[in-house]
Design a protein around this ligand. Structure first.
Ligand code: ZN
Ligand code: ZN
Length: 214
C-alpha cells in the first residue's frame, strides 16, 4: 500500500457508497479506495450504517414515494462493489475493465506541451481520462467550473499548494486555480475526472480545449 497523504472527502465517499455519482467519478473513487485502507474503511462503515437506517425505516409510516425512493437507494447501494486491492502493474483493479490491460495497452493522444491523454468510455454526465505528463513538465494554469478529481498512479506532481504521489487524490473546484508540475525523474500518470470543462487562463490552451476535451 502506498503512503497516502491526500484523501477523498466525506461528500464524495458518501456519494460513492449510495451510488449517486456519475460513472467517471465512481471510477476514480473506486481506484483510490482500492489503494487506500482509510477510505475503504469509511465506505464500508457508510454501507453498514445504510443497512441499519433502512431496517429502522421499516417500522415507520412512510409515503409511497418515500418507500420507493428508499428502495431505489437500497438497490443503488447493492450495486456498489468493494474494489479488490490486487495489482502488480500501474493500474489498480478497478481500471482494468476500462483499459484492457496496463500502461502499454493505453492509446495515448498528444494534447500539446508534451502531455498525452486517453479518454475512457463512461456515461456522459462526467468525463474521465488518463493523463501522462512528462517529468518536469507544467500543465497549463487553469481554474475549474465543476469538480475535478485527480488521482496519481505513477510519479508525482506538485502545485502551488502541495505534493501528490501514487494514491494521492486532489479535489479541485471553482475556488482552485493552479499550475500542476510533474516532478523530475519520471513521467507522471494520473487518472482525472471532471463534471465540467476546465477553464484555462492562457489563450493557446483555450483554443485547444474543444479539440482535446479537457
Ligand atoms: Zn484515502
Ligand atoms: Zn486542476
Amino acid at each position: 500500500m502506498p503512503d497516502i497523504n491526500h484523501h477523498l472527502n466525506e461528500k464524495l465517499l458518501l456519494g460513492y457508497a449510495t451510488g449517486s455519482l456519475p460513472e467517471a467519478f465512481n471510477l476514480v473513487i473506486a481506484t483510490h479506495v482500492s489503494l487506500c485502507d482509510e477510505c475503504r474503511a469509511q465506505v464500508e462503515s457508510y454501507e453498514a450504517l445504510g443497512g441499519e437506517v433502512l431496517q429502522k425505516c421499516g417500522t415507520v409510516d412512510v409515503s409511497k414515494d418515500a418507500l420507493s425512493a428508499t428502495l431505489a437507494k437500497i438497490d443503488a447501494g447493492r450495486d456498489v462493489e468493494m474494489p479488490v486491492p490486487i495489482s502488480n502493474g500501474v493500474f489498480p483493479t478497478p481500471l482494468h475493465g476500462y483499459v484492457n490491460g496496463d500502461l502499454d495497452a493505453v492509446h495515448w493522444r498528444k494534447i500539446g506541451g508534451g502531455v498525452s491523454q486517453a479518454i475512457l468510455k463512461t456515461s456522459r454526465t462526467a468525463t474521465v481520462r488518463l493523463l501522462r505528463i512528462p517529468a518536469g513538465t507544467e500543465l497549463p494554469d487553469h481554474g475549474h467550473r465543476g469538480t475535478e478529481m485527480t488521482l496519481v498512479l505513477k510519479g508525482a506532481f506538485c502545485d502551488e499548494h502541495d505534493r501528490f504521489a501514487r494514491g494521492d487524490i486532489e479535489i479541485a473546484d471553482e475556488d482552485v486555480q493552479h499550475t500542476p508540475i510533474a516532478e523530475e525523474g519520471e513521467d507522471c500518470i494520473c487518472l482525472a475526472a471532471s463534471d465540467a470543462p476546465l477553464r484555462f487562463t492562457g489563450l493557446l490552451p483555450r483554443i485547444m480545449q474543444p479539440f482535446a476535451r479537457i
